[in-house]
Design a protein around this ligand. Sequence first.
Ligand code: NAG
Ligand code: NAG
Ligand code: NAG
Ligand code: NAG
Ligand code: NAG
Ligand code: NAG
Ligand code: NAG
Ligand code: NAG
Ligand code: NAG
Ligand code: NAG
Ligand code: NAG
Length: 640
Amino acid sequence: MLSQLWVAVALAVSANALFDKNLAYRSPFIGYEDFSVNTRALEKRHIEHVKRQSLPEIPDTEAAASFDDEHYPTFYGGDFSNSAWVRNDGLNFTHAVASGDPFDDSVLLWTRAVPLESGSNVPDVSIPVCVSFKIFDNPKLSGKPIDSGEAFTSFDVDFTVKVEAEHLKADTHYWYQFADCTNPNTTSPIGATRTISSPDTPANQVNGGKPLTLAVFSCSQFQNGWFNAYGIAAHNTSADIFVHLGDYIYESLGNGAKIGRKVEGRELATVFDYRQRLGQYRTDPGLIDAHLAGPWITVWVCDDHEVADQSWKAGTANSNDTTIGCNFSASGACFTDRKLAGVRAYHEWMPIRQVDVNDKLRIWRNFQIGKLLDLTMLDTRQYDRDITDLYFNTGKSITPSINFAHLHELSSCQSNRSLMGPQQEAWFYSQLSQSKERGAIWRVVGQQIVFTQLDEEGAFDVDAWDGYRANRNRVLDHIHDNQINNVLILSGDSHANWVSDLAHPNDTVNYDPVTGDGSFAVEFAGTAVSSGSAFGNGISPANANKISDVLVAAPLNRDLQWSEASFRGFFTLTLDTEKANATYWAMSNTSFANLDGFPSAQFIVQKDANKLQRPVAGGVVRAGVLKSSVNATNTTSATP
Ligand SMILES: *[C@@H]1O[C@H](CO)[C@@H](O)[C@H](O)[C@H]1NC(C)=O
Ligand SMILES: *[C@@H]1O[C@H](CO)[C@@H](O)[C@H](O)[C@H]1NC(C)=O
Ligand SMILES: *[C@@H]1O[C@H](CO)[C@@H](O)[C@H](O)[C@H]1NC(C)=O
Ligand SMILES: *[C@@H]1O[C@H](CO)[C@@H](O)[C@H](O)[C@H]1NC(C)=O
Ligand SMILES: *[C@@H]1O[C@H](CO)[C@@H](O)[C@H](O)[C@H]1NC(C)=O
Ligand SMILES: *[C@@H]1O[C@H](CO)[C@@H](O)[C@H](O)[C@H]1NC(C)=O
Ligand SMILES: *[C@@H]1O[C@H](CO)[C@@H](O)[C@H](O)[C@H]1NC(C)=O
Ligand SMILES: *[C@@H]1O[C@H](CO)[C@@H](O)[C@H](O)[C@H]1NC(C)=O
Ligand SMILES: *[C@@H]1O[C@H](CO)[C@@H](O)[C@H](O)[C@H]1NC(C)=O
Ligand SMILES: *[C@@H]1O[C@H](CO)[C@@H](O)[C@H](O)[C@H]1NC(C)=O
Ligand SMILES: *[C@@H]1O[C@H](CO)[C@@H](O)[C@H](O)[C@H]1NC(C)=O
């Protein structure tokens, strides 16, 4: 019965506004016809539809009679000629809810609302779905909502909904829920979120005076393991903000069936592929819980895998775009198209803001969280990166048997290659300086790849900062020369844990690995949520430690204070006015869904010390190898 599939609603706001309220239609670039969904065209399509349905020969009285909702009091007496028609055949909030990019007065809320009727039962897919949202200052959702509204979604954006909840108070916890406009009893799960402190809030008042905890993740590969790290962060830590440094999804398929994780679809190429993959990843119970638990701040790609392996600004390892044309990858897509598809689906599915409508790929951005910290998120992958290790240019096979980094030197154009592009690089330095000038205590830099020099048995990962040495030195020089204190660099990508003081690489004069003197910043690099270890997928703690023993003792790895590569996991970074506390979490077993894990190491950085507190990790770790212990007492790491 066609007539029961939609209803006309006379809304206080126009249908256009309801399309525009859903930021997913900007995905990712408003104002660029090829790149975003033209909501004016949708509105036109919609009005055409309304006119069709309003013709006398197709009376819609049945639908009108069945519609009874106090929310639309003008319905019965309304003039429907310009009002919106929406579906009322039932909705399924298929992927719970999520929130992200908190400001001091607003936060993005996300859900996905799929009509229950689909396939041949649906006469006209152009009819949008209408969802409402409400955000409250209490978990029971009682009293008057602080903000509320409606938005449309449709197949054009995979039925995703992304709205900005506004008029919020700074540094405050909130709870939110979506509902079907035409049947408010159909509701989404309730999500928890929060705002951040205003930039001028004194450091000791940020987070209501309590330490602020970031949970930091990278590299979640569905087929390689369950996302227990997200679940433990949500259930067993006091994480205030979830930070993802990339590789939230992978483009490949792999063999996950043995752990109940068979990947749907094919190697990603089209926007359909990317949406399907994101949708499948978001069925993981740990990931669902972490999105329900609080706001996320993300950058794509711990690598590159949100788009494709080893990507740089105009190509990937298995597809090239050049000025003379494009070579198609195995999956049949040109790199540019693939990148667009990946970026578009990412913006649809992630609660991430569009930073600059005129800068198409920009996701680098800064969060001023009171005077306690600046959280500066960089894009060291997609934005404007010069050519990386694409295997063919370093003489490797496309699929290295072990991912013991991408270990060959690029002979030419090594010294002055840029990892971020000149615009982002300049922005980054001014951001660090401005943060110091405004009196923020900590400068936390979230970025994708390992920063410190890592001599991996004679080879260097040229896909990390080791491949962009002049660029790294410029960063270090800026921090050093401007005496910028309390810089903490967070990294992902490598599928292993590395904790390092940061001095100039090969500094044998000023830097002392025993005392940490001469260090001027600290790096916390985290392992993968589930992707295979850099030392070999599934490697035992004992075997991983044998490699770590060598690496922490290597003369060129003077900065490296802890190496651990067996356990999958994440880390938390807790900041207060006196110290930073990084707690690394190891997952016991990622081959099934569980919340078993243990803190494997804890590191303190005192304010203005610019180095790890000695003894590093209190002298004791439950996994991996400390530099301080490898030469002295031969500690055998705990195997739980
Ligand atoms: C709603 O979506 C979930 C997740 O895709 C699915 O498991 C469930 O069967 C759907 N419910 C209905 C009634 O279609
Ligand atoms: C919605 O729920 C209320 C309270 O539970 C109930 O009275 C009402 O009949 C329901 N409405 C619909 C359309 O299901
Ligand atoms: C990309 O270009 C390089 C250099 O011309 C070539 O060696 C490589 O095979 C190309 N890759 C693909 C997938 O066409
Ligand atoms: C595409 O690949 C072929 C063979 O692999 C190569 O000859 C050609 O130069 C490539 N074209 C571009 C535009 O990279
Ligand atoms: C890189 O450095 C070389 C040698 O200093 C110089 O000739 C070249 O122009 C530089 N390239 C770029 C892109 O800056
Ligand atoms: C450090 O020393 C190694 C070995 O001599 C060298 O390959 C590397 O370029 C040096 N790194 C820097 C940043 O100077
Ligand atoms: C660091 O944080 C952990 C919890 O993540 C806590 O157990 C530990 O006591 C903290 N250490 C210090 C010195 O505050
Ligand atoms: C992880 O759990 C699976 C399934 O219970 C089990 O077969 C496997 O032995 C466990 N692995 C470890 C390292 O304990
Ligand atoms: C996490 O919390 C759950 C209960 O919510 C508990 O069952 C589990 O053992 C905890 N895990 C850890 C690592 O503390
Ligand atoms: C560890 O021992 C090696 C070899 O004796 C030495 O070169 C290195 O400096 C020592 N490292 C530390 C941190 O003491
Ligand atoms: C530590 O002890 C184990 C077992 O006794 C030995 O195999 C290993 O080589 C030792 N490691 C170092 C760095 O001395």
